[in-house]
Design a protein around this ligand. Structure first.
Ligand code: NAD
Ligand code: DAU
Length: 334
């Protein structure tokens, strides 16, 4: 199998490449990544020592000529690359429109021309949010209702994929996953921000009251689901990926503080994110019953402990980004 993967110097893609090369040692993976502030080439540096199975190409997914050249040589594309952080999208939406919409369009035109299988990585945020006491969860038929510039561009990119399937017969699938955690996540995101704050002697910061709920899934479980969809998913279908991991932000911070040897109440409340989605929750019945996927990392406490241990052991990976990341937050008052 020859695979083109995009955005794999980022969090989920890095873990995906490592998983693929472990599970399928004969596959060939080309990673196209622009190396924005969120990309870290060093995450896959040891993989670069095996150029037969892994190749890194620095470039923009909006570069139609480059994308077409790369797509022409593969059997499938898995598209992870995106501007992925809600807070950044509230400050400057423009790179989100460029990468998430034009980038997806560029890839779709290339797979259409070369009749290549395409899997589109998306988010549960396209469905908007749920009330805390809503008995319902998101499923594949939930209407789209995105709230932020980030989630609206992801929703738009999903719509492009659906249109290219219906109008041009592109062989595509889509997955919409909930909040991932695990190693190699950028320290702007909630869990690694608090872990690295604590390592630096800074108190964790909760937006608003900390009541917002996220449905946590370990990144490895997300990626195993993507491989199942690539192998067995029905063309044109959407699959929701989630591991029944609902927790509010206060619970997560308190657990982190406890795991890292602090008093569970040693955190601060900071100003809330404008338009902050209240709750996400995934019903992954379709993925489980039709494709036989189930999560492996079912103990959140253990998964979080392993993540804490990873950030403690890999300070050289995140330390260079810490000052600039916190400077951005300071400007937002968070
Ligand atoms: P990330 O921000 O950690 O990584 C994004 C990567 O894309 C970076 O390496 C960056 O350099 C690259 N990139 C950005 N713009 C590019 C461009 N124009 N051309 C080429 N490369 C470019 O993101 P992530 O958290 O790993 O998310 C990956 C995908 O998964 C995204 O599509 C995101 O919407 C989706 N997703 C994320 C989560 C989550 O919890 N992190 C959950 C569900 C879905
Ligand atoms: O649901 C999937 C989405 O999850 C993905 O599509 C996004 O790419 C990914 O970034 C994530 O979006 P969130 O906005 O939910 O993730 P974030 O890590 O930014 O925040 C998680 C929750 O924690 C959210 O309710 C905001 C809150 N938060 C965040 C930070 C950075 C805090 O309370 N304090 C913080 O310092």
């Amino acid at each position: 199998m020859k695979l083109l993967v995009t955005g794999c110097c980022g969090f989920i893609g890095t873990n995906f490449v490592k998983l693929v090369l472990r599970q399928h040692p004969t596959w060939h993976v080309t990673n196209l990544d622009k190396l924005t502030y969120a990309g870290n080439r060093s995450s896959l540096l040891s993989e670069e020592t095996d150029p037969v199975h892994y190749r890194f190409v620095q470039g923009d997914i909006c570069d139609a000529k480059l994308v077409e050249e790369l797509v022409a040589g593969v059997e499938a594309v898995v598209h992870f690359a995106a501007e992925s952080h809600n807070d950044n999208s509230l400050k400057d939406p423009s790179p989100f429109l460029h990468t998430n919409l034009i980038g997806t369009y560029t890839l779709l035109e290339a797979v259409r021309k070369h009749n290549v299988r395409y899997h589109h990585i998306s988010t549960d945020e396209v469905y908007g949010d749920l009330e805390l006491d809503d008995p319902d969860k998101f499923h594949e038929t939930t209407p789209y209702n995105p709230s932020s510039p980030y989630s609206s561009t992801k929703a738009g990119s999903d719509m492009l994929v659906r249109a290219w399937v219906r109008s041009f017969g592109v062989k595509a699938t889509i997955s919409n996953c909930s909040n991932n955690y695990g190693p190699y996540q950028h320290i702007e995101k909630f869990i690694p921000r608090q872990i690295t704050n604590l390592i630096c002697g800074v108190r964790p910061k909760l937006y608003g009251k900390g009541e917002n709920v996220r449905d946590w899934i370990h990144v490895e479980d997300h990626n195993l689901a993507v491989l199942e969809i690539l192998a067995k998913g029905k063309i044109g279908e959407t699959y929701l990926i989630g591991a029944d991991g609902e927790k509010n932000n206060k619970e997560v911070v308190e657990l982190l503080l406890t795991l890292m040897g602090h008093d569970a109440k040693d955190y601060d409340h900071v100003s809330d994110r404008p338009g902050h989605d209240m709750r996400y929750a995934i019903d992954s019945t379709k993925l489980r019953t039709e494709l036989g996927w189930k999560p492996i990392y079912t103990n959140f406490r253990d998964g979080l402990q392993a993540t804490v241990d990873w950030y403690k052991a890999n300070e050289s990976w995140w330390r260079p980004a810490k000052e600039a990341t916190e400077k951005k937050y300071a400007q937002l008052g968070r």
